[in-house]
Design a protein around this ligand. Structure first.
Ligand code: PRP
Length: 184
């Protein structure tokens, strides 16, 4: 399918601006720096939607830490399929480590619940989760996260890493996708 050069025409409204993203991530980074001082945490990113958030947040955490990534996918189009495909495991052993998971969005909760249970079995010293976005209206499983940058309403959002059909990830803000884009 040919994509329009102007991605903005597919956006209904901007939900979180670039400035709001940068300000909130700096603020959360300072909180996490204090929380993890002296703990040498392992900062785990859940690929792929987390990439911009991870890059900005990981630089805002100003205490010695290590980075690792795992990859799980659950979406097809705008719907979470409920079937998780495990694509890449961590490279680093997390036993007795303080693990901080970074994720772009908590929607149904299935992805993070699955990952949380998987990693807890490996015996970390602690395991906490920080998400850029939380969409409480999407929740189908019970899951509490430790840190959330923004709570958003029940719309399909793209940008700053979040995709539809793997596009729109490079929008520098979080916006609501026009339903006409996915109802075609
Ligand atoms: C998205 C997002 C989260 C998950 C959240 O990933 O990055 O990992 O869905 O949804 P849930 O709370 O309903 O499980 P996706 O499967 O689209 O993969 P991606 O990160 O590669 O875009």
């Amino acid at each position: 399918m040919t994509r329009s050069l102007d991605m903005m025409q597919d956006i209904e409204r901007v939900l979180v601006t670039e400035e709001e993203l940068h300000r909130r991530i700096r603020e959360m980074g300072a909180q996490l720096t204090a929380e993890y001082a002296g703990k040498n945490p392992l900062v785990v990113g859940i690929l792929r939607g987390v990439v911009p958030f991870y890059a900005e947040m990981a630089l805002a955490i100003r205490t010695p830490c290590q980075w690792d990534f795992l990859s799980v996918s659950s979406y097809a189009g705008t719907e979470s399929t409920g079937t998780l495909t495990f694509r890449k495991d961590l490279d680093i052993d997390i036993r007795d480590r303080h693990v901080l998971i970074l994720e772009d969005i908590l929607d149904s909760g299935r992805t993070l619940k699955y990952i949380r249970e998987l990693l807890l079995e490996r015996g970390p010293a602690s395991l906490k989760i920080c998400t850029l976005l939380d969409k409480p209206s999407g929740r189908t499983v019970e899951l509490e996260v430790d840190y959330t940058c923004f709570t958003i309403p029940g719309a399909f959002v793209v940008g700053y890493g979040l995709d539809y059909d793997d596009y729109y990830r490079n929008l520098p803000f979080v916006g609501v996708l026009k339903p006409s884009v996915y109802e075609k």
